[in-house]
Design a protein around this ligand. Sequence first.
Ligand SMILES: Cc1cc2nc3c(=O)[nH]c(=O)nc-3n(C[C@H](O)[C@H](O)[C@H](O)COP(=O)(O)OP(=O)(O)OC[C@H]3O[C@@H](n4cnc5c(N)ncnc54)[C@H](O)[C@@H]3O)c2cc1C
Length: 409
Amino acid sequence: MNRSFDIVIAGGGMVGASLAVTLLPLGLKVALIEATPLESAQQPSFDERTTALSNGSRNVLTGIGLWPGLSAHATPIRRIHVSDRGHFGFARIDAAEQQVEALGYVLPNRVLGAALWTRLQREEGFELLCPATVEEVQPGDEYARVHLRDGTELQARLVVAADGAQSAVRKALDIAASVRDYGQTAIVTIVATSRPHEHTAYERFTPTGPLAILPLEGDRCAVIWTLAPEAAQAMLDLADEPFLAALQDTFGSRLGRFTRVGRRGAYPLALTQAEARIGQRCAIIGNAAQGLHPIAGQGFNLGLRDVATLAEVIADAMSADGAAHGPDVGSERLLHRYDAWRRRDRRSIVAFTDGLVRLFADRRPLVRRARNLGLLLFDLAPPAKSALSRLSLGFAGRLPRLARGAPLQ
Ligand SMILES: Cc1cc2nc3c(=O)[nH]c(=O)nc-3n(C[C@H](O)[C@H](O)[C@H](O)COP(=O)(O)OP(=O)(O)OC[C@H]3O[C@@H](n4cnc5c(N)ncnc54)[C@H](O)[C@@H]3O)c2cc1C
């Protein structure tokens, strides 16, 4: 193997593998390093979870040629229903009202993983190193050196850290990250319901934490139930029947009865923010840059905008540089352009997500009354709804070409 690359991507999860596929048409020499095989039960990205994709993310997946294969597995969200348990106020957002076909799509992570990796494995000459673990990165003026655990050494013009919230690359580059533990755990599972979901996604705020129920094919729903760690453990320990009864009690009967439940997984929740998103010959993307609470289903959508923006900045640099010098895809200029572009979107999504967690965790009576009134007013206020739905559709701020539905080049 030739050990010199234009780009080495550390981490082949949802975001790293998406970047690798997005870069394919540019004809660069790219290697993707992933620690855990796709088919392993330990794969931390492509696991039993489902992901709510924004319309902007659907555009990106269409632009990189994957949506036709994914759409049969993606359940459209036509309505979002937000409520505060024990209170009168609730809010609805309707796709028809917002003049879009769907407010988003729910896709199993494993389906996305299979599509991304199949595409990469089909590409002749693409280097997918798995299982392989990045241990050390040494940036230099011309190249960065990447050391793998098995002793392999690679060099690249640009190293992209897409190795998740605990990013080893970020640490190797000495880039600190702030971590705020929410003291909450998300229980994730799939349930069958006696009443059809009619493509409605529910977000229910409860005194113990938010509960999201997302529509899936075949009268099934994905459950993301956030609880204090001890309460989450108690729910994980319950047999299926009492678990379903507790879920029913928290959610109510809008979907009739919960009749069956699948395997339950648990995810401790924290807000992780890297103090810098670029370094010498290095970009940090996805959860390695920012790991969010799943309350608003924004983490992957934001990471995919990192992907589409970085790919666009690289594509633009290639066409501007011309073939004469060969493009330097890890130049300081390119990285600064990427970083400046991403700043606003990242800040607003972090603030929005974190703000929601705090607002609905606040149990003070006055705050609860104000929140309840807020939900009612929101339901009556079309401009507020449009603004929020633009955000959740993935259409807020200055978007990269792929997210707007235009080609990369
Ligand atoms: C319960 C829950 C529900 C969610 N729901 C949604 C949702 O509905 N919508 C949404 O947009 N987002 C959602 N998210 C967020 C979303 O899952 C993450 O944003 C997304 O997984 C980030 O992908 P990533 O590739 O950046 O990181 P990860 O998924 O963490 O992947 C990192 C990859 O890097 C590999 N790796 C790690 N270290 C190394 C190393 N040293 N060398 C090589 N490889 C390495 C790992 O094996 C892994 O494959 C949810 C998150 C949670 C916890």
